[in-house]
Write a protein that binds this ligand. Structure first.
Ligand code: PLP
Ligand code: SF4
Length: 342
């Protein structure tokens, strides 16, 4: 395995991932948005759908008129450092803003990157106090950055402290670590993750090619230890925006005990317009999934509404109301009348 995480334009040029002539422009990109291609990721970089997700491109220097600095309104919903609280029954706790690898379409690209210190103990305690003082918070979602980049002991402390808050019943963790930095899922990490139940982990996976042997082994450990695994995928132009690729991804998840949860419409993050599909294209893909793949393989297609209003499903919808009742479309697109009068 190659040893070094690639972080700069010169690293990328030495590894043959960009042309030497591109170094100045890619340095500009790397100055704005963090780059990291871990050794494990380097091993699978030549598989389909991987390079475009992680190797920076000059297209990131272009800002489309719809781009936003804070695309999902995190700032508007942050009552204190480390907490984003948008819905009454659940909030995000962001203990760290570092990731093992940096996605070129990241929705938090303005705020994540190496060198961002984790929350201090004092800051964490303020977050616990906030959660304890809001009894409606039923679920705490550890997000980031990537929470599984913390040392197992740090993570264990966070989980055990949250566990002591009586109204917090569910702890959920959003991560790419098991798939792309799998060695972190070691005995100590498994111990940290199994000291209370339930723990849900939502794995961010955009292409079936991300399932390396190491990733599969880590997922197996998590599932065997009773952690519930869900999958979230960002719909990305040129990477997974066709029915066969998306269907294969969903099947691969299900085969490895990961239930597809959300398919995200790509957010309006700065310098990422080259990754965005139309919503009509996303709806068509969802219809193709529904028609050709098991119900287990169906995520919900979601939009995080710009500005911080929260997430909404984007359909497609199968039902329309008429004067006589309803018209329901089947998976072949054939319309059927349905009347619910009792
Ligand atoms: C996405 C998000 C959640 C989780 O939403 P679910 O629909 O429960 O997955 C919670 N809080 C914030 C601030 C979010 O952005
Ligand atoms: S793992 Fe998540 S937070 Fe980290 S770079 Fe990718 S999209 Fe952004």
């Amino acid at each position: 395995m190659k040893q070094k995480t690639l972080r700069s334009a010169t690293d990328l040029a030495s590894a043959g991932l960009i042309d030497a002539t591109e170094v100045p422009a890619i340095s500009e990109v790397a100055k704005k948005y963090a780059v990291a291609i871990s050794p494990q990721l380097q091993e699978i970089l030549d598989r389909p759908g991987i390079k475009q997700q992680f190797v920076p491109s000059v297209a990131e220097l272009y800002n489309s008129p719809s781009d936003q600095q804070d695309p999902i309104g995190d700032n508007a919903n942050s009552p204190l450092k480390g907490i984003i609280h948008r819905y009454p029954d659940r909030c995000l706790l962001q203990p760290v803003r570092v990731c093992p690898v940096y996605c070129r379409f990241c929705f938090r690209r303005e705020t994540v990157g190496p060198g961002n210190a984790a929350l201090t103990q004092t800051e964490l305690e303020a977050c616990y106090k906030y959660i304890a003082e809001h009894p409606a918070i039923w679920e705490v979602i550890l997000s980031g950055g990537d929470p599984l980049i913390l040392k197992p002991q740090q993570l264990a402390n966070i989980i055990m402290t949250l566990d002591q808050i009586e109204h917090v019943e569910i702890i959920r963790i959003h991560s790419r670590v098991p798939i792309l930095d799998s060695a972190r899922i070691d005995t100590a990490m498994l111990q940290a993750l199994t000291q209370r139940r339930p723990i849900y982990i939502v794995l961010h996976i955009n292409h079936a090619a991300e399932f390396s042997d190491a990733a599969i082994a880590a997922i197996e450990q998590l599932a065997n230890n009773g952690i519930v695994l869900l999958g979230q995928t960002v719909l990305l132009k040129g990477i997974n925006d066709n029915a066969a690729t998306l269907g294969q991804l969903m099947r691969t998840m299900v085969k490895h005990r990961i239930k597809p949860y959300y398919l995200h419409q790509a957010d309006l993050a700065a310098g990422t317009s080259h990754f965005r599909t139309t919503i009509a294209a996303g709806q068509k893909l969802m219809a193709a999934l529904r028609g050709n793949y098991s119900g287990l393989c169906q995520p919900q297609y979601m939009l995080d509404i710009p500005g911080g209003a929260g997430k909404s499903p984007l359909g497609p919808t199968y039902i329309t109301e008429t004067e006589q009742g309803y018209v329901v479309n089947d998976y072949n697109g054939v319309a059927h009348n349905y009347n619910d009068t009792v």
